[in-house]
Structures are given as structure tokens and as C-alpha cells.
Write a protein that binds this ligand. Structure first.
Ligand code: BEZ
Ligand code: FE
Length: 307
């Protein structure tokens, strides 16, 4: 009787590992295939890619069942705190940089076009109209700040009649909508003049925390991250034939520039807010008594639509 000698170099442990990996990969393949019949090609792409990344994540970190339960509880709490006034899922997207990455992907670089950043939850439709040089404060407390600039296209041509929405927190770190008295303050809209120029009085921006009394705040606390946003002033600029720009300007020298909780800071959006001592004449002759004030310049460049 002859015996074939089979030399098997794999150990039982390696066999086990191969079998485990095969089962995991087989499951992923099955889930991917389950979406093959989707009529909408884009939906199919999104769900299959999501499946690939999600399964890769679970396998990479060897997700425990306890961790899976914690994640489900976290998302449930995120849903429970969300209502018409509070959108915790967007906040979650913000602190993961997912909002900012989506904005970056969708606002492709176009010449000198001004960079976009996060929208945030505090924009309100139908803010009051002010004339050029008007005041957006509406009684909100804070140091007056003269803001001026132009709106042009990437070709340098001025854009007359561009609509500029501006909104910001007061010096206590709150937007008007965070108060319960229905005040309208720290927000307005205005239009550029025939040379594409604009100016207004706002407030020198101050830092404030994103809402952090919910699950997202708990996640930040658990990871030693601060909920603070770098001081900023929001803009949304619209003009026919141009891509709508949602952005902010930030204050040069603010120590939070490198740790903004929603990753909204872009170097090109950091501006000099130049402090003016009390008594320094104002650009429009406004009398500010013994109050110091500041001024800044923000020249806005809009990409062409479809870019
Ligand atoms: C804001 O700047 O208003 C903001 C942005 C993202 C999350 C929370 C607030
Ligand atoms: Fe803000």
C-alpha cells in the first residue's frame, strides 16, 4: 500500500482565521448583491458604497455587540432630541467633519472664488433688510464692527444687486433664536450697489459653543473635545448666474481657529478685525460715544453657476 505524503503547511489556527475571513467577506458580498436590482443607479452606488465602508469599519475595529448596542442607543437619543428647532443629526454630521467634507466636495475650487463653510442651524428666512451702511445688531449686545467689501465674479467684474444675508451671535454667545422672546437681532440682508460694494455695522464676533447638552455634546465630552466654535460672522451671498456662497469670516488671532468644533475654518476666511480705540472717527460718521469699535474687510468672489 502506498501513501501519498501531503505536506500541509497551514496550522489549524490559520485555517480558522481563513474560514472566519471567508464568512465575513461572503456576508458583505451578499449584502452588496441585495442592492443589485435597484432601479435608481445613484441609489445603488450610494448604498453599495455605504455597505462596503460600514462592513470594513465593523471588521477593522472588531465591533463588539455591546458597542453595537451603545451606538444604537446613541442614535436613538439623537433622534429623540431632534425636533423642529433642534437638529442633532446635523450637529453630529458637523462634529464628524461630514458636513464640511460634503461642502468641500460640492464647492469645487474655481479661480479665486471665496471658499464655502458650514451653514449652521441659526439662519432664519426673511431677516430684516438694511441699506448699505446700516446696522444688523437690532439691539444685540456687542462691540460695533464695521464690515465692508465687494462682491465680484472670478473674472473680477463687480456684481451689482447681489443679495447678502448676514447673521451672528451676540457677545454673550447666543443667536436671537436661542432666546425665548422672539427678538430679531444680529441678522439682516442687504444688496450690493452698482459697483458691487457693500458695508454694514455688525458686532465683533465672539466665540460660543455649539449646543452641547445632548448626545453630541456627550460624545465631545467623552473624547475630550471642546464644543467651542471659533469666532465668526455668517454670510450667504446669492446673485443670478453665480453659485450661491454660504460662508463665514473668522477673526485672525482667535485661539480657537485650530480647534473649531465643526472644522469650518479655512485659512482664506480668516480676516483682520482691526481694533479702533474710542473716539476714532467712524467711516460713516456714526457717533459711538466712548465705545471702542473694530473694522474688517471681506471681498467676496462668486464662482459661476454650475461650478
Ligand atoms: C454655527 O456657526 O452657527 C453652527 C454651525 C454648526 C453647528 C452649530 C452652530
Ligand atoms: Fe455661527
Amino acid at each position: 500500500m502506498t501513501h501519498d505524503i501531503v505536506t500541509d503547511t497551514t496550522t489549524p489556527a490559520a485555517d480558522q482565521a481563513d474560514e472566519q475571513s471567508r464568512r465575513e467577506r461572503e456576508l458583505t458580498a451578499k449584502v452588496l448583491a441585495s442592492f443589485d436590482g435597484a432601479k435608481d443607479e445613484r441609489l445603488k452606488t450610494l448604498l453599495q458604497s455605504l455597505t462596503r465602508h460600514l462592513h470594513a469599519f465593523i471588521r477593522e475595529v472588531r465591533l463588539t455587540e455591546d458597542e453595537w448596542h451603545t451606538a444604537v442607543e446613541f442614535l436613538t437619543a439623537t433622534g429623540h432630541i431632534t425636533d423642529d428647532r433642534r437638529q442633532e443629526f446635523i450637529l453630529l454630521s458637523d462634529v464628524f467633519g461630514a458636513s464640511m467634507q460634503t461642502i468641500t466636495v460640492n464647492n469645487e475650487a474655481d479661480g479665486d472664488a471665496t471658499e464655502a463653510t458650514v451653514f449652521g442651524p441659526f439662519f432664519v428666512e426673511n431677516a430684516p433688510r438694511i441699506e448699505i451702511g446700516g446696522d444688523i445688531a437690532g439691539g444685540a449686545p456687542g462691540q460695533p464692527c464695521w464690515v465692508e467689501g465687494t462682491v465680484t465674479g472670478v473674472d473680477g467684474a463687480p456684481i451689482p444687486g447681489a443679495r447678502i444675508e448676514v447673521w451672528e451671535a451676540d457677545e454673550d454667545g447666543y443667536y436671537d433664536v436661542q432666546y425665548t422672546d422672539d427678538r430679531v437681532a444680529g441678522r439682516a440682508h442687504l444688496f450690493t450697489d452698482e459697483l458691487g460694494r457693500y458695508s454694514f455695522w455688525g458686532l465683533t464676533p465672539t466665540p460660543y459653543p455649539i449646543p452641547h447638552d445632548g448626545p453630541v455634546g456627550a460624545m465631545l465630552a467623552a473624547t475630550g473635545r471642546s464644543p467651542m466654535r471659533a469666532s465668526h460672522l455668517h454670510f450667504m451671498v446669492t446673485a443670478a448666474g453665480h453659485r450661491t456662497l454660504v460662508t463665514h469670516i473668522f477673526v485672525r488671532g482667535d485661539e480657537l481657529l485650530d480647534s473649531d468644533s465643526v472644522f469650518g475654518v479655512r485659512d482664506s476666511l480668516v480676516k483682520d478685525f482691526v481694533e479702533q480705540t474710542s473716539g476714532t472717527p467712524t467711516p460713516d460718521g456714526r457717533a459711538l460715544g466712548d465705545r471702542p469699535w473694530s473694522r474688517t474687510r471681506f471681498d467676496i468672489v462668486l464662482a459661476a453657476s454650475g461650478r
